[in-house]
Design a protein around this ligand. Structure first.
Ligand code: DSN
Length: 428
């Protein structure tokens, strides 16, 4: 039979995606990254076709001895690099990790305090997302726009007055570490728990450039495994609290996942090993690059948020682009020249401005993983300036392609010859 047209189309779309996003674009989406070829090789394995409901060595299926081994090893690696006492990798996303934790900590009708939506709370922290689905009331903590952080004194008072079941820190627009210690102390004084969502910054935590919230009193930390931590798309949670760990573990399965997408496990393990050996260099270069890009943008007339605070301590910067037509317009203009960012609410926007907010959010973690340094951040800032000034997009795109073509190999990984190392092929 001839190859059907629709099959050809599927192959073509996938090829085009690979070519465009892997080789032709400067990706500055703060929630994305690339796996190393090594992690991708183990991702494409027989694990992707199997089931292993339950926990290692306590499964509801036979045939899981290597799943047990890789899952246990990955949990140990995560505990080592975080560091933490207990980890669970079965949440298939950060949202699912949050859902399991929130469900254990509160019942429908209970209250949770979260960061302000415009200040970056993830949708899963809110009444619009997981918290709403669980029937838990979302109450926003005051935010100090000048400090680009939760207003500690007012938030502590609010915790003492409202006595929520839990407080959530961590955000999707996340420039500076949240005040974990102060809010953990306040939460514990009213028998509440502190949940810290490190989805965006987990790679910075394991790279030791961002505080480990567990060391500052957080009861449980959730994360994504594919943002600054450059692994497969997925979620995890870590804690030092044995009782909480047992309760959440009993809840993830069977309430929130059945199978936990097993091909994530070896790829997460490879990434954890990469972070163990290269994480510090990678994470500190990310922060240097973010600051360098912010500085270069300001020098070119952009209004980068939090200049008086040094712009950022994370992989992200936020830019107010109202003067250039707003976040939606600027994000489209940049996409047109192959620079990929997302429009983003800034803390002083109204929530209704979500479709055309003042800002764009920029993350430098993926380009850092491809080896870009401060000099390339300056080049990117220049290309962005030319774009918003309305210079010839085709000419700018040509320069983007040229810059990107010099950074096609993932760094901060090991050079392993996957083809010749074993008689059994690694890639089936
Ligand atoms: N909404 C994603 C982001 O921060 O881009 C995370 O799920």
């Amino acid at each position: 039979m001839d190859v059907p047209k629709e099959l050809e189309k599927v192959i073509e779309i996938t090829r085009e995606q690979n070519k465009w996003r892997r080789t032709e674009t400067i990706n500055l989406i703060a929630s994305e990254n690339v796996m190393s070829p090594l992690a991708e090789a183990v991702y494409m394995s027989d694990f992707m076709s199997r089931y292993a409901e339950g926990k290692p060595y306590k499964r509801y299926y036979q045939g899981t001895k290597y799943v047990d081994e890789i899952e246990t090893m990955t949990m140990d690696l995560i505990n080592e690099i975080t560091p933490s006492k207990y980890s669970d990798l079965r949440a298939t996303s950060g949202t699912i990790a949050n859902a399991a934790v929130f469900r254990v900590l509160a019942n429908p009708g209970d209250k949770a305090l979260i960061t302000r939506v415009q200040a970056g709370a993830h949708v899963s922290h809110t009444k619009y997302g997981t918290l709403g689905a669980l029937g838990i009331e979302h109450i926003e903590m005051p935010f100090d726009v000048d400090k680009m952080n939760v207003d500690v004194d007012k938030a502590v008072k609010m915790i003492e007055e409202i006595k929520p079941k839990f407080v959530v820190l961590g955000a999707s627009l996340f420039l500076f570490p949240h005040p974990t210690k102060e809010l953990a102390d306040a939460a514990h004084s009213v028998n509440a728990k502190l949940v810290y969502d490190t989805a965006h910054v987990y790679g910075l935590v394991v790279g030791k450039v961002w505080p480990n919230p567990l060391e500052d009193g957080a009861d449980v930390v959730t994360a994504s495994t594919h943002k600054t931590f450059p692994g497969p798309q997925g979620g995890l949670l870590v804690t030092n609290d044995e009782e909480l760990y047992k309760q959440v573990s009993r809840t993830i399965f069977p309430w929130f996942v059945s199978n936990h997408h097993l091909h994530r496990l070896p790829a997460t393990a490879v990434t954890a090993i990469e972070m163990k050996y290269f994480g510090r260099d990678y994470a500190s270069q990310i922060v240097k690059n973010a600051k360098a890009l912010a500085t270069a943008l300001v020098e070119r007339g952009f209004k980068v948020i939090a200049e008086h605070l040094g712009f950022t301590k994370s992989h992200q910067i936020a830019v107010d682009v109202k003067n250039f037509g707003g976040g939606a317009k600027v994000a489209k203009m940049l996409e047109n020249v192959n620079i990929i960012v997302n429009k983003n609410l800034l803390p002083y926007d109204l929530p209704e401005a979500v479709n055309d907010p003042s800002g764009i959010r920029i993350g430098v973690q993926e380009m850092t993983r491809y080896g870009m340094k401060e000099g390339e951040m300056e080049e990117i800032a220049e290309l962005m300036k030319q774009t918003v000034e309305g210079k010839n997009p085709e000419e700018i795109k040509r320069k983007v392609l040229e810059l990107r073509s010099k950074f096609l190999d993932v760094k901060y990984t090991f050079n392993v010859d996957l083809k010749s190392s074993k008689t059994i092929p690694l890639i089936i």
